[in-house]
Write a new protein. Sequence first.
Length: 392
Amino acid sequence: MTSFLVDWLNLLIRWGHMVAGISWIGTSFYFIALDLSLKRRAALPQGVYGEAWEVHGGGFYHVQKYLVAPAEMPPDLVWFKWEAYLTWVSGFLLLTVQYYVNASSYLIDPGILALTPWQAIGISVVSLVVGWLVYDQLCRSVLGRNTIILAVTVFVLILAAAYGFTHVFSGRGALIHVGAFIGTMMAANVFMVIIPNQRKITAALVAGEKPDPALGAVSKQRSVHNTYLTLPVLVMMASNHYPMITNHPQAWLIVGLIVIGGASARHFLMRHEVGDSVRSLAWALGLIFVMLFAAIVVTAPVFKAPVNIAVSDNDVLAITQARCIMCHAEKPTRAGFAEAPKGVKLETLEEIHRYAAQIDLQAVKSSAMPLGNVSGMTADERAKLGAWIAKQ
């Protein structure tokens, strides 16, 4: 019953995380596109940087942007902050339910590093906090004055974090933590920098003082960071379904390809949406395809001739009975599993035949299964499974 309720909790939190994330991404994409669409026209009110006319849903919208703030505070002001806050909170709750509660299954791989659940959870939490602190200090340092140098430095920070995670956590745990690492920086940008700066600007207006223009510039910098990191984060969050990424020996390098390719895709979409020609953005398209091609080449399985060993049906049944059916059974015996993951049961020869391709991908060509190799499947057993599957 406990596992059943945890599954429902997981589903509801995941649903909330998706709703909040879509809302945050939507507003982020909209405001960056709006910012790039602004036109500087004659006779604009004092302090207005630019304006945009938009059409949507049968109506016309006239939007003006002040570089700092209007001379007087408007009677009502719409704040965009809860989308970011709820995305991070729901994401951390999901991390807790999926990876902390089931740390031995999803977060820890003894073959990478033998950890207790509390050690793994502690490393997880500390890494997210330290990641934000280091990133924030980089932005506030002299490096933050140069966009290119700061971008390269933040990229190196993400790559270093990915390298660390892949040498501490399981494949799934590592990649999801890269996503959480970046997502924490993004949400903290809103909570710790963008909104506080906006409140200071608002307070100055209410007091009849002139707001500090640096506050708006810093907020804009962090907002731009967020929009370029959005697409890479989405790939990290979906990566646990794809062992060719999570369980690759150099998964941290693949993270680098994803960040560069995802940021380039975001740049292309953003600039093309506001009228830049495809020709002027050809370099971004080229970079996207280069990164994608490199990722496909790096993760492509190396062909291995079937092992010339005799493997009987009974041998395969013995392996699955010893290593797999603790989870993949009608009634799993492993704690935290109320039913077989994804409905995949491996108790009979017929079922093993049915899921042979998935077994080959998850347990032979990669070590994604068993989760954390908790049942201790050996390399010899993986070779036997591969040999048997190849002959079917």
